[in-house]
Design a protein around this ligand. Structure first.
Ligand code: MG
Length: 160
């Protein structure tokens, strides 16, 4: 059985994952309006992934005998200055999410909850990938400048 403290903390993370999903959906629409169909598709896949994280966390709480809750989700940004600014935002946001996941692991350790430690380590690994992917796109954009955006848009549009 999961402790109330950990249950509440993971429920808060469910809201954070849903906020992330909305952020990436907002970015997807921003790109679509600007004609970047590949970036828009990539962001929609990213949004779906965040909703999937929220679902995995909810199912985990339920399997451990707790109660999963969907809390209020704050509004997300809608405007950015450039494609580079969007992906810099993604990188910064993923670093923030990593710190949230780390804090959950710390709590699972404090609660001596081995199952939750094991469950959460999957997200620790996931965050390594998220940060690296976002950083990689930012690097490519900076290297290629404006003229590389067309090709990068096509490349990211191949994401399933
Ligand atoms: Mg996530």
């Amino acid at each position: 059985m999961i402790s109330n403290k950990l249950q509440d903390a993971i429920n808060a993370q469910i809201v954070a994952e849903m906020w992330s999903a909305n952020l990436y959906l907002s970015m997807s629409y921003y790109f679509a309006a600007k004609g970047y169909e590949g970036f828009a598709k990539w962001m929609k896949a990213q949004a779906n992934e965040e909703n999937e994280h929220a679902e995995q966390m909810a199912q985990y709480i339920l399997r451990r005998g707790g109660e999963a809750k969907v809390g209020a989700i704050d509004a997300v940004p809608q405007e950015w200055d450039s494609p580079l600014a969007v992906f810099e935002h993604v990188y910064k946001h993923e670093c923030h999410v990593s710190s949230l996941i780390d804090a959950l692991v710390d709590l699972a350790l404090a609660e001596k909850d081995k199952a939750s430690q094991d469950f959460l380590m999957g997200f620790v690994r996931e965050q390594v990938e998220e940060e690296a992917t976002a950083q990689g796109i930012v690097d490519k954009m900076k290297l290629g400048g404006q003229s590389a955006l067309y090709h990068l848009d096509a490349e990211l549009g191949t994401r399933k």
